[in-house]
Design a protein around this ligand. Structure first.
Ligand code: SAM
Length: 286
């Protein structure tokens, strides 16, 4: 079993480097992925390898993307003898995921559509870019089926929140448009080195896109949600009137059975979709 090197670079707070120092929690995170013996797994931000060393023993293949050059080099060295691990030095927000998970050059056959093998994703995320990472994974969801992610506890609350509650917002709506959310367990700052200032929660997101079921075009509906949640203190009417004519808006709200005084935070995705469908597409921008 490859060992993590004894000489350790200091952590870079700007990169969200709080390394997991709780073996039992690391095991629970990896086990939350289920049986991965036959799967390729993507790890985001492997850091010093707390999860990596467990994953490589269980997964058929492991692809780990780490931004920090020094950590990537160390991981490559530490896991050089593990034939099923690929450490990619790169930014999870910028790396071309089609190149990593899409069809390999020369393997495409004319007339045969490429069907990716879905990959589970795991990571103790750098908290400063949690939402951006989630949105990117949703954008590339054709490659992923399960996401087991450590996030800041308040973010987990938002991901899992139900409409009408104080935690429900654009991130909740967007996440629940693409995935079922389970909160698994919460860890105190002392489970990390150096300890962060916040509590951390592991969530499991199972990809289950609802776009088709809601009968809405994806890009247009996501933009509509952004507009509706636009300014938190404004009513739905005041946020939407930026783009829709008052007569169209009034008619659509009536048709969808929604009072103009409500805020977007109180609407279920079904209700938002009903409103979106009742509005004229032409004035929706896209
Ligand atoms: N997985 C390790 C663990 O549990 O101990 C490290 C987790 S640490 C919270 C987050 C890791 O993500 C760090 O290693 C950091 O360098 C890396 N990271 C930060 N920004 C990143 C990015 N944009 N792309 C890939 N990795 C990133």
């Amino acid at each position: 079993m490859p060992k993590v090197s004894a000489s350790r670079p200091s952590s870079k707070p700007k990169l969200g480097q709080h390394f997991l120092a709780n073996d039992a929690a690391a095991l629970r995170i990896v086990e939350a992925l289920g049986d991965i013996s036959n799967r390729t797994v993507l790890e985001i931000g492997p850091g010093r390898g707390a999860l990596t060393s467990l994953l490589l023993r269980r997964a058929r293949r492991l692809i780990a993307i780490e931004l920090d050059r020094v950590l990537s080099a160390q991981l490559r060295m530490n896991f050089a003898l593990a034939p099923n691990v690929e450490i990619i030095e790169g930014d999870i927000l910028a790396i071309d995921l089609d190149t990593v998970f899409g069809p390999k050059p020369g393997t495409r056959r004319p007339g045969i559509e490429f069907t990716p093998e879905p990959v589970p994703v795991v990571g103790n995320l750098p908290y400063y870019i949690t939402s951006d990472i989630l949105l990117r994974l949703f954008a590339y969801r054709r490659y992923f089926d399960t996401l087991v992610l450590m996030v800041q506890r308040e973010v987990a609350d938002r991901l899992a929140a139900a409409p009408g509650g104080s935690e429900y917002g654009l991130l909740s709506a967007t996440t629940q448009l693409y995935a079922r959310v389970e909160r698994l367990f919460t860890l105190p700052p002392s489970s990390f080195s150096p300890p962060p200032k916040v509590q951390s929660t592991v969530v499991r997101l199972t990809m289950a896109p609802r776009v088709e079921h809601l009968k809405v075009p994806e890009a247009g509906f996501v933009n509509f949600l952004k507009l509706g949640f636009g300014q938190k203190r404004k009513t739905l009417w005041n946020n939407l009137k930026e783009r829709y004519k008052p007569d169209d808006l009034r008619a659509a709200l009536t048709k969808a059975g929604i009072a103009p005084t409500v805020r977007a935070e109180t609407l279920s995705l079904e209700k938002s979709a009903a409103l979106f469908r009742a509005l004229p597409a032409a004035s929706a921008g896209d």
